[in-house]
Design a protein around this ligand. Sequence first.
Ligand code: AMP
Ligand code: ZN
Length: 486
Amino acid sequence: MKLYNSMSKSIEAFVPYHENEVKLYTCGPTVYNYAHIGNLRTYIHEDILQKSLELLGYDVKRVMNITDVGHLESDADDGEDKMLKGALRENKTVWQIAQYYTDAFFKDCEKLNIQKPDVVAKATDYIDKYIDFIKTLEDKGYTYSANGNVYFDISKFDRYTALSKMNLEELRVAHRDDVEEDTFKKNPQDFVLWFTKSKFENQAMKWDSPWGVGYPGWHIECSVISLTNLGEQLDIHCGGVDHIPVHHTNEIAQTESYTGKPWTKYWWHAEFLIESEGKMSKSSGEFLTVSLLEKKGYDPLSYRYFVLGSHYRKQLTFSYDSLDMAQNAYFKLRKRTSALAEANGYQAKGKTARNYTDMSSKVLSGLTSEAKTLVEKFKDCLADDLNTANALTVVYDVLKADIKDTEKVDLFEYMDTVLSLKLLEPVESLNAEVSDDEVQWIEAQLVKRAEAKKNKDWATADAIRDAFKEKGITIIDTPEGAKWQK
Ligand code: AMP
Ligand code: ZN
């Protein structure tokens, strides 16, 4: 297995601390709103990482935190409290908001076939442990208190810029006037471990501590949750690229100061999903969620297929046109793979990469050499820093290969333990076969209907909708025009 390591900025051979055991930590969501499909792109690739490692024979333990406290709007210590903002917006308590959006997050993950991590830890369940952790840092001389808050002093940790490669001097010069500065910090990059004085008098989540009633800083949860559940040394730590300069940098500083040991061997970061206008956001423009895609007639797994078509270290631009293309290709592929499965009496057994032992032993030994080559090719793509786009093309190679249909189905099942596209499952939820003539007729009617609506000729528009209904065709109006589904 080869993986890109953001710490060395190069592709490295993957060698975990302990033989084939992989300790994997993935930063989880801040549960103040729905996840947008950009966030979910990162989680899809993390899912691929875990499943690929498992397919390649590693024993993976994965831990994820749920941020339900402490994350201010910026990754540094300024801006509003995200949870509080969510609570005010919806007139609910922060606890209700946290529960609701945690459930919503895992529902979205399920729709995208993202496996739930072995351990999911809520930040608010570890308060006592943060306090012990900060006390140790304090005893070791890494902290200072000012204005009631406890800060980490980055000048005490000489590898502070190892991951970000930041030039702190340049940053100081480039300081932005519009960012509210915390004048109590000795260095602008010092960060809060424990807040007692905050701008938010009505902070609902607060706990007693040796430094006064307050709440933890954001970064501490990942260090402590990881140490508690995975021990002092971690093989892979994941997140989006935005985590590099502040969140992960601060995690490293406090964790290595606490343990006195090197911590994470491989830093893994996914690039952003962007929109043609630029950065994806939860507050401006169209808020792109899985449910919105569903409302517009997309299968969530079409989005997964779209994501797998590009490399996790490249930015990906979202558009409905490219999602349409992905959905078309995905439906076509799945129709072919599931039809082969059906014709050969297969049923999806829900096997996972983790428990897929048949392919490596019994089934693999019975495969023809051409089929074995395809298995190896698939594994090589994943082992090559998770080249999902190439891995997908191997599925098409299998369709074309000169091997028995039963072998093809075995291979689809095997590959789907990582791709997780339900390749063997029947397609009744997908568009029924539609003839070319019928497509032409539908398209012509849609043009007529748009024209009628423009002229406020509701009778004609309704009549066309009824005609569609009779043929089992549903129209979905979207900002890009009407789409249809049979
Ligand atoms: P958050 O809930 O804001 O902490 O973000 C959850 C995860 O999504 C983190 O790993 C972020 O790095 C990642 N992320 C945020 N925005 C995007 C985006 N536009 N594309 C891909 N990943 C993102
Ligand atoms: Zn984190």
